[in-house]
Design a protein around this ligand. Structure first.
Ligand SMILES: *Cc1c(COP(=O)(O)O)cnc(C)c1O
Length: 351
């Protein structure tokens, strides 16, 4: 065997740019290695995939349809395409990942379903704004609203309460719309809310959930859960056509089973949320203000531009997509208090 020689260009072992900078958590890796022990049928016709799907049904306390894709862009885009015809539209927040970070994939996968953008405080869709879009036009020249897509937790780290979800469901019922949830950080939402996965999804009116494994500690992989089963008709074909049917699917489904069976999915999210709370405390201690309430594993902090520049010079990586002077800091399953202390010490010096 050759000795491995990993690149050492990263100046720091931990960063706060995104929770997908992290590696694979031990439980996911252990199950992945176990799945590597022998040959099994391909394309999801294996026991790992069956067990993972059943485990999702147990966890969500309902007989939902379960599918796996490689990433979140594909999960969201294909799920939305299955809820829409090409002449329909999807209402989402102006900060939604499907709008800002998926390169038009939802429109591409649906052959043209248009995204209609609504505003709302703290990254959340406000029912009034959504209703205004739904009722704005009813003529044939405008793409017919068919889906409300929301992100839990949101792109700015906040949480929809069941009451807020149900208010959107009421609108959806009134106007015959469906509800898609981008659960890139669904585990963090479960921990933060103290509610069950069922309470946060189908019991609050969600039809389809895209549940992200990558940000929770997997190497790669998303689960798509259809609570309204008829909506999943032919979804497997859609995945295959889009190049999202993994032939060695067990390497997505086994790590999922590892997260679910061992409870690591919750522990990982709990840890990330706890670390973000610690980071929030430290930043407030420096006199800094948050841009949004910290409710899960993301901290959005206001910092003077020169300090942001100095932090970059010191090798820290982070996103500032929220606007001038706003820094997003994400905690993950593996974030250490020591890394936070190092970050905060550098911020203190940079201010
Ligand atoms: C990370 C993320 C996704 C998934 O992104 P991929 O890079 O396609 O896996 C989807 N939605 C949100 C809100 C995200 O943060």
């Amino acid at each position: 065997m050759q000795t491995l020689n990993p690149p050492t260009t990263q100046p720091r072992s931990q960063q706060f740019a995104s929770d997908n900078y992290s590696g694979i958590c031990p439980e996911a890796l252990e199950y992945m290695l176990a799945a590597n022990a022998g040959d099994v049928p391909a394309y999801g016709n294996d026991e790992w995939t069956q067990r993972a799907a059943d485990r999702f049904r147990d966890l969500f306390e309902t007989d939902c349809e379960v599918f796996f894709t490689f990433n979140g862009t594909a999960a969201n885009s294909l799920a939305l395409a299955s809820l829409c015809q090409s002449y329909h539209s999807v209402i989402c927040h102006e900060l939604a990942h499907i709008e800002t970070d998926e390169c038009g994939a939802p429109e591409f996968a649906s052959n043209g379903s248009k995204l209609l953008l609504a505003s709302g405080d703290n990254g959340k869709l406000a029912p009034e704004a959504v209703e205004k879009i739904i009722t704005k036009r009813s003529d044939i020249h405008y793409p017919k609203p068919k889906v409300i897509s929301l992100t839990q937790t949101t792109e700015v780290g906040t949480l929809y309460s069941p009451a807020e979800l149900l208010a959107l469901r009421e609108l959806a019922n009134h106007y015959s719309l469906r509800i898609h949830m981008d659960g890139a950080r669904f585990a963090n939402a479960v921990v933060s809310s103290g509610l069950s996965p069922a309470e946060l999804t189908w019991q609050s009116g969600v039809d389809v959930l895209c549940f992200c494994g990558t940000k929770n500690g997997m190497a790669v992989g998303e689960a798509i859960l259809f609570f309204d089963r008829p909506l999943a008709e032919d979804f497997a074909y859609r995945c295959k056509q889009a190049g999202q049917l993994a032939s060695k699917m067990r390497f997505i489904s086994a790590p999922w089973l590892g997260l679910l069976e061992t409870g690591a999915w919750l522990r990982n999210a709990e840890h990330a949320n706890r670390m973000a709370a610690y980071l929030e405390d430290q930043l407030r201690g420096l006199g800094l203000s948050l841009m949004f309430p910290r409710q899960a594993n993301g901290v959005f902090v206001e910092m003077p531009e020169p300090a942001i520049e100095r932090m970059r010079e010191k090798g820290w990586l982070f996103y500032t997509f929220i606007g001038v002077g706003g820094v997003r800091l994400m905690c993950a399953w593996n974030t250490t208090a020591a890394a936070i202390d190092a970050l905060v010490a550098d911020i203190k010096a940079a201010l």
